[in-house]
Design a protein around this ligand. Structure first.
Ligand SMILES: Nc1ncnc2c1ncn2[C@@H]1O[C@H](COP(=O)(O)OP(=O)(O)OP(=O)(O)O)[C@@H](O)[C@H]1O
Ligand SMILES: [Mg+2]
Length: 365
């Protein structure tokens, strides 16, 4: 298995998209380093360039600039085959007419591995993937979840596989089986110590699968790389704060005065622990607080801020309220038993330890 590194990666598409339109999409100056044997999620909104990056790593597309390194070796000029990467796509790719055994054995047969070694390896991989009972069935007859296991099996059967790249592999899987298959992917990754890059636009999939999450923003840039916990608790930018979490982090524009944060419609003191020297009076900042950390009260409390309840969404386990004060709208997750009513007031408080502060798209606190 291999570590994967992208250095000063640059790519654009100049292919025509039809009707004279061209794609203005561009990935520029992108740098990534992912460790060997890690479960990595590449997460970002639709169209941000995830598939482009994955295809560049596998060699399906060749970047216009920069280099790709596996274990420190430059593989930019190598073909997909020479890179020894396995790719699993949205739609499972299996040889329909072959049985599952034949599908799994195929890469090893191509490599002229001895028959008894092929048999041992096919059974080992089928055991890990829990598809031993399917070995004699035509792959074309399988349900998509099992086909996807076969695609993965074919990818990991070669002992020299450098990495497994998965592009939204659960898209066509029955929702009831998605959880089981994702758990299986993770288990296989751990058991075999595979470097796995899992592309998704779904934060839940990314955070539950990965040791390391890399978030891309709409403009084809890396917004942050970190553990799921770091990404959630310490977003570097308002984009990451908002993109992660359901609902995402509340972000409000504010400025600094001698007494605290001024939001135009209300003001709060500077949180304890924030060194006032790092702030400049008059400057604009983005104030961030996650909905689950907003404290709420149905009665007025000293220092708490009056908001109006616009929407109440009851999930059964808790309520998500949309609250408004002047030009500001925030969401707060509140206990299920709180009998909140739309259009009534709700007093909120932002605990110091959960406040995040950004300026010019970067975290300052
Ligand atoms: N062959 C191509 N020619 C021209 N433009 C392309 C081509 N492939 C992708 N693009 C454009 O490049 C951008 C990034 O596409 P990409 O498929 O990498 O995004 P993605 O993050 O995988 O999106 P999704 O979540 O929808 O799969 C998009 O704007 C897309 O329209
Ligand atoms: Mg894609």
């Amino acid at each position: 298995m291999a570590s994967i590194e992208l250095k000063d990666f640059y790519h654009t598409y100049d292919a025509r998209m039809g009707k004279g339109e061209t794609s203005s999409f561009c990935i520029e100056n992108l740098n990534i380093k992912w460790g060997d044997g890690k479960a990595i999620a590449l997460l970002g909104p639709s169209g941000c360039g995830k598939t482009t990056l994955l295809n560049a790593i596998s060699g399906l597309i060749h970047p216009k600039g920069g280099s790709i390194l596996f274990n420190g070796q430059d593989v930019t000029a190598l073909s997909t085959k020479e890179r020894h990467v396995a790719q699993v796509f949205q739609f499972p790719v299996v040889y329909d007419s072959m049985d599952v055994y034949g599908n799994l054995a195929f890469p090893l047969k191509n490599d002229r591995v001895p028959r008894n070694e092929i048999d041992r390896r096919v059974k080992e991989i089928a055991g890990i993937l829990e598809i031993e009972d399917l070995l004699e069935l035509p792959a074309g007859n399988l349900i998509p979840a099992d086909k996807q296991k076969v695609s993965l099996g074919r990818g990991i059967i070669r002992p020299d596989t450098a990495a497994v790249l998965l592009d939204e592999p659960l898209t066509v899987i029955d929702p009831k089986l998605q959880w089981t298959l994702r758990r299986k992917l993770k288990q296989v990754q751990r058991q075999l110590g595979i470097t796995m890059v899992y592309v998704t636009h779904d934060q839940h999939e990314a955070l539950t699968f990965a040791d390391i999450v890399t978030i891309m923003s709409n403009d084809g840039k890396i917004a942050q790389t970190g553990t799921p916990e770091e990404i959630h608790n310490d977003p570097y930018t308002p984009f990451v704060g908002y993109f992660i979490g359901s609902p995402g982090m509340n972000i409000m524009e504010c400025s600094i005065t001698s007494t605290g944060f001024d939001f135009d419609d209300f003001a709060i003191p500077i949180p304890v622990g924030l060194n006032e020297q790092t702030l400049s009076a008059g400057d604009n900042y983005q104030f961030g607080i996650r909905p689950e950390f907003v404290q709420a009260s149905m009665e007025s409390r000293d220092g708490w801020l009056p908001f109006t309840i616009e929407i109440v969404e009851d999930t059964g386990a808790y309520k998500i309220t949309t609250l408004k004060a002047g030009k500001h709208k925030i969401k707060a997750r509140i206990p299920e038993e709180m009998p909140v009513v739309e259009n009534n007031p709700l007093w909120v408080h932002f605990p110091d330890k959960h406040i995040k502060l950004f300026q010019g798209n970067k975290r300052v606190f």
